[in-house]
Design a protein around this ligand. Structure first.
Ligand SMILES: Nc1nc2c(ncn2[C@@H]2O[C@H](COP(=O)(O)OP(=O)(O)OP(=O)(O)O)[C@@H](O)[C@H]2O)c(=O)[nH]1
Ligand SMILES: [Mg+2]
Length: 461
């Protein structure tokens, strides 16, 4: 479906665009062709003027009225189409940030002809009206949800259109190559200059390389956006909870000298050198008859299975036990750091770091070695510190999936060129590849995908 067919929403939507609760200011936002007309029936400036007389991008102090009764004192801003977030007429009424004035103001604009907006509907309209493409609309959500500076930078770059412009270049080149190939199908006998197979192959190869470069950014982008899951595991009493607390800098998990203190998994987000980590402190793994503890062990195992990174904690002040050995064996093939804790006590075990064996020696109690552990965690993820997200970065799984499909079809097209197959076949593969790029920016995208993207937004965005 082409986006043109969705242009021209008939109704005017409204919602409270700020979080509900007490705040200095709360904003009721309207968008649609009657936005200004509707606000005329609920707002008058101090000088008695109506919003329809306000110039675009001016704010006016006045009151929200329910007929003749004042509901709240407010500042109203008019943003005329098409120079607004949605490219429609937009009005923002900044009321006092309490639940009641906002609810009343919203109720009034709804009574006067607006409809309550669905989650993300303002941004959806911005997309439908061509103000943003789909990668930029997704970036808006990422900005709201950014967990670290690096995730914010990546999202801002995407909103700025860095990804879109990379994708548009790829698309233009594919369209131009397709046109040449299609010309050779339409006019097979005419003596027109047609690209040689070698030249076609070369141009397609260059596009494929560009897509491959973008795909390489995907894993890093997705980590920046979604965070990386990291499980802290080990046998009971080795200091897992103490390490969680030391990493997040507060006493989140209960720590006692009694083995089996942590019964259920505790999860916390933490920003380590720009990477958002979702840490899970788990129940110590052991053979136990206690039903609650056994359930905890089961959950620990599930978390270990699902984690991107495993921190296996050992107590350096006591000898290795069978439980330790079993865990070392179980987590062998994983992205793993062996954390040797309690180095402030007399040593009973030591490890030699080998290539496949990243070891961090720490004392959760004194804090010694904790910074080195953080360095090792970030190294494990990006093979070094995180640099500012430069250039286009793929940040979400939907985009990565579409780009991967585009890459595969392009590979097929290149194979067809190399195998001197019919131009029709090459054209079909190229069309497929192009459609996937179109899906990323939202040019050829189904309503299902759109609904899925925008339903993640909050109401009022
Ligand atoms: N000396 C010393 N003691 C530590 C250190 N880290 C933790 N401990 C102590 O070890 C005991 C267990 O710590 P926890 O953090 O509760 O250990 P855990 O692995 O979460 O234990 P469970 O939840 O029972 O599996 C507590 O008495 C801590 O004070 C350390 O670095 N040095
Ligand atoms: Mg614990």
């Amino acid at each position: 479906m082409k986006k043109q067919s969705r242009i021209g929403a008939e109704d005017t939507i409204a919602a409270v665009s700020t979080p509900l609760g007490e705040g200095a200011i709360g904003i009721v936002r309207l968008s649609g062709k009657d936005a200004v007309k509707i606000s005329d029936s609920v707002f008058r400036s101090k000088k008695g003027k109506l919003p329809s007389s306000f110039r675009s991008f001016t704010s006016h102090f006045g009151h929200v009225y329910d007929k003749d009764t004042v509901v709240d004192e407010a500042l109203l801003t008019v943003m005329r189409a098409p120079k607004s977030y949605t490219k429609e007429e937009v009005v923002e009424i900044s009321c006092h940030g309490g639940v009641i004035p906002l609810k009343k103001t919203l109720g009034l604009v709804l009574e006067n002809g607006a409809r309550l907006a669905e989650p993300g509907e303002f941004t959806k309209r911005a997309f439908i009206n061509g103000r943003l493409d789909l990668t930029q609309a997704e970036a808006v959500l990422d900005i709201i949800r950014a967990k670290t500076d690096a995730s914010l930078r990546a999202a801002l770059g995407q909103l700025d259109g860095r990804l879109s412009s990379g994708l548009n270049k790829i698309r233009d080149e594919l369209i131009s190559i397709s046109a040449e190939i299609e010309a050779s199908i339409d006019f097979p006998d005419e003596d027109i200059e047609i690209m040689s197979a070698a030249k076609t192959g070369e141009r397609l190869g260059a596009v494929k390389q560009e897509i491959s470069r973008l795909l390489e950014t995907a894993d890093r982008g997705i980590i920046l956006r979604e965070g990386i899951s990291c499980v802290i595991c080990g046998k009971p009493n080795v200091g897992k909870s103490s390490i969680l607390n030391a990493l997040i800098g507060r006493e989140r998990a209960i720590v006692t000298h009694i083995p089996g203190t942590t019964r259920d998994t505790i999860e916390e987000f933490v920003n380590i050198l720009g990477i958002p980590f979702k840490l899970a402190d788990t129940a110590g793994i052991t053979h136990t008859e206690d039903i609650v503890e056994r359930e905890g062990v089961l959950r620990s195992r599930e978390h270990i299975e699902a984690a991107d990174l495993v921190l296996l904690v050992l107590d350096s002040s006591s000898r290795l036990t069978d439980e330790d050995r079993m865990l070392l064996e179980d987590t062998k093939g994983r992205q793993r750091i062996i954390v040797l804790n309690k180095i402030d006590l007399a040593r009973k075990i030591s490890f030699v770091a080998a290539k496949d064996r990243t070891v961090a020696e720490v004392s959760a109690k004194s804090g010694e070695g904790m910074d080195a552990l953080k360095d090792k965690m970030s190294e494990k993820i990006f093979g070094g510190g995180v640099r500012a997200a430069e250039g286009a970065v793929i940040t979400n799984a939907r985009q990565k999936d579409a780009l991967r499909r585009s890459y595969e079809s392009l590979g097929q097209a290149i194979r067809a060129v190399d195998g001197k197959l019919s131009p029709e076949l090459i054209a079909i593969e190229l069309r497929e590849s192009l459609d996937c790029i179109g899906e990323m920016v939202g040019e050829t995208v189904t309503d299902d995908i759109l609904d899925k993207v925008f339903s993640q937004f909050c109401i009022g965005k």
